[in-house]
Design a protein around this ligand. Sequence first.
Ligand SMILES: *Cc1c(COP(=O)(O)O)cnc(C)c1O
Length: 405
Amino acid sequence: MSQQGSLFDRIGVKRVVNGVGPATRLGGLSLHPEVQRAMTEATDSPVRMDDLEQRAGAHLAALLGVEAAYVTSGAAAALSLGTAAALVNGEIYRSDLLPSRIGTRKKVVVLAAQRDPYDRAIEAVGGEIVTVGYPSSTHLGEVKTALDDDVAAVLYRPGRPGNHPSLEEIAGLANARHIPVIVDGALFAPPLSQLHEWFDSGASLVAMSGGKQFRGPQASGILCGKSTLIQLVSLMHQDMDEREQTWGRGDKGERLQTPPRHGVGRAMKVGREQIAGLLVAVERYLADPGAEEAAGIAELDQLRDMLQLRKVPHTWHETSVLGVPILDIEVHAGSDYVDEVLYALTQREIPIYLEESEAWRGMLMVHPMALRPGDARLIAEALEEVLGLADSNGLQAPNMEGGVK
Ligand SMILES: *Cc1c(COP(=O)(O)O)cnc(C)c1O
């Protein structure tokens, strides 16, 4: 077998065009060289991981203007770890009972409107999801009734429309009962102003993704908020292959307590490379928020011009959910047809993936954050071919044989 070319070439995995953005299934975003350099440096420097996590957390907390912070392997892991901290309820030895033997006080209350497949992160550590209200409305009284003695935490997921109580109202009820409120901030923070607004409204913890707006390593994230909860997280995240005799020495060398065993977070470990990369990515983001989106947005702009020339109907929207523009491409309504188009795009020599959350209404979207130079041309040519072939046949599905160039 040839040893030439990149590793991905050697093992036969295809590069794709990512018009979806920071999607985990497509490997997320490319890293800035400064972020890559920090990761390379970290790899040559063995350290105590609890020491690194603690100092990285303190550095991040200062940068973000929050009480405490902890680097996780993603926002989903941050939700798991935050939930685990809430489940142990201040008694770290309860962590040995997670996820399946915790018994009481394991409910996590979520508004029906705010449910999401990422709720699996709550269940993975032993949280039992309890849904309140309806997709279009929730009464504050319903939340109040739901907050009984068996509730360990409230999960709040912003950005869902409807008649629902505010975070402030929900957190007011929860905090009066010493129930932490965990915010899934993966889509809406940064900006830091948003993060601070959640904490001002009574959030105890916020989970953020390292691989989205911060443009850090794909397998990184941040859990931030109350230091008492973050301390519990740190005890459930490292491995505990330590002797009782030497673990947990205080400053004067005296024994503090017996160690818990491996926590549920151990399966979500973070490498020092991810921690280093994330810190530099956050520093870079804060120095000039959003500046690194310029290249992808310019590529998207080129795509708009190319679609204009090819008379492919499209609409430019100045902002999308991650604060960047997005391009809507109108395909004929009828979901079978849209699905054929999407399929044909993925069957090309360089497969193309577009955002398909609105495909049910005949809309494909191109998101700029992961676009690379030259991607606009690849997408425009592919669409011309795939849509053109179909149009010449009326509303027939595109020609699959012609899909592979
Ligand atoms: C992306 C996302 C997550 C998961 O983030 P990762 O950093 O990939 O783990 C969780 N919740 C929401 C709402 C998200 O959009």
